[in-house]
Design a binder for this molecule. Sequence first.
Ligand SMILES: Cc1cc2nc3c(=O)[nH]c(=O)nc-3n(C[C@H](O)[C@H](O)[C@H](O)COP(=O)(O)OP(=O)(O)OC[C@H]3O[C@@H](n4cnc5c(N)ncnc54)[C@H](O)[C@@H]3O)c2cc1C
Length: 438
Amino acid sequence: MTDDVAVVGAGLTGCLLACYLARRGHQVVLYERRPDPRTGVAERGRSINLAISERGLDALRRVGLEERVMADALPMRGRMIHARSGEVSLQPYSADGTRAINSISRGALNNTLLDAAESASGVSVRFEHRLTGLDTGTGELTFATPDGETHAKARVVFGADGAGSAVRGQLLAQEGVDETLDFLDHGYKELTIPSVDGEFALDPGALHIWPRGTSMMIALPNPDRSFTCTLFWPTGGTESFASLSSPAAIERHFRDYYPDLVPLAPNLVEDYLANPVGLLGTVHCTPWQAGGTVCLIGDAAHAIVPFYGQGANCGFEDVVVLDRCLDETDTWAQALPLFERRRKVHTDAIADMALDNFVEMRDKVASPVFRFTKAVEHALERALPGRYVSRYELVSFSTVPYADVRRRVRRQQRAVGGIAALLAGGITAAACLRRAGQ
Ligand SMILES: Cc1cc2nc3c(=O)[nH]c(=O)nc-3n(C[C@H](O)[C@H](O)[C@H](O)COP(=O)(O)OP(=O)(O)OC[C@H]3O[C@@H](n4cnc5c(N)ncnc54)[C@H](O)[C@@H]3O)c2cc1C
């Protein structure tokens, strides 16, 4: 039998996509290589929480899922910078200090989305189905399962199977898709700060950052009052994950670079030794679709580095854009190329901005010049509401398309650069920015 739509990958993007397609009346089968995560134990050391912001929330809101997802979210209103001296300082994300990004458990989010997809009329989920083959012309799918190989067929196949997408691999082999994978020198490792007497050991209203130049650590709060820390560091070289292996050396390193962490993380050495080093990179590929029958979405199409906290938000926004393309067209053959044309320029833009933000987070946030620039930026935002909006606010607290954010920020920067000269000529900053916003 031929299914209407097959979605490969029941991760964050795949589950939300199934909800949206079901709403349009499609019969959807979601195929997932893992066992049902709602019955098992979470994978160790793999990004257990995520920052979800306006783009993700907007996509969830449109299918009535925002409240369920936000029930356990912890709002983070700024960056708490931890200097090597132990001194801490808060940098609010928004000019009025009230806007927040939300720390959400990846596992709980995935489970909520799985529940929503499974309860949507027309969706069924097949766990322990790892895609091993796909005929991109006929939509014939082959899966490895615990009971051996099995086959299915679908009119349209979505690859929502993450950065290492098997569907992308099949497009590469059969359709001449072009792919580049740019891995960072830096990998990541997760560590934990447990609660202390049932309370958070650090302020739970902020995203904590320990900027250390070549390395950086961040910590996000969890509903159980622990924090998940992610240490970003080169994978190889003299100062790297590879250079640190004995318990004594690990302890010495953290005492030296992250002295305020050590008393808060009693299992630091065990976590460091037990948790894997994850790789980070950017996936660019084109085209994302073939023949109006196979299409990539989410990380499978455009995985990015996590330094803007946008990967999942961006995958969710993909689903909204695809839904609009389906509204505006009559056939999959029209909708899928339109989706790629509309979306790729924006996913390319956030991929670049995410790389830029790595430098900002690990280096610049600690500098007095950066703090002064942020203060000036927030003052401009308060003085010129709606006309001057920082890049961070546009990316995290709006749904302005990513490439438009980049263009607008460049215009603003040019305008701000010209303000002093224009003021000298008697022209106000407001008029200058009004012109830049046109
Ligand atoms: C350290 C780190 C921190 C991050 N922080 C944030 C953040 O704060 N905010 C944010 O928005 N994003 C963040 N991200 C990015 C975010 O995790 C991803 O963008 C998001 O998970 C992408 O969702 P996806 O559904 O497209 O892919 P995935 O989440 O990778 O899901 C893919 C699914 O496909 C399944 N699958 C894979 N291969 C097959 C196969 N052959 N057959 C069947 N199923 C298969 C997988 O098991 C998985 O369930 C972070 C990423 C990292 C690494």
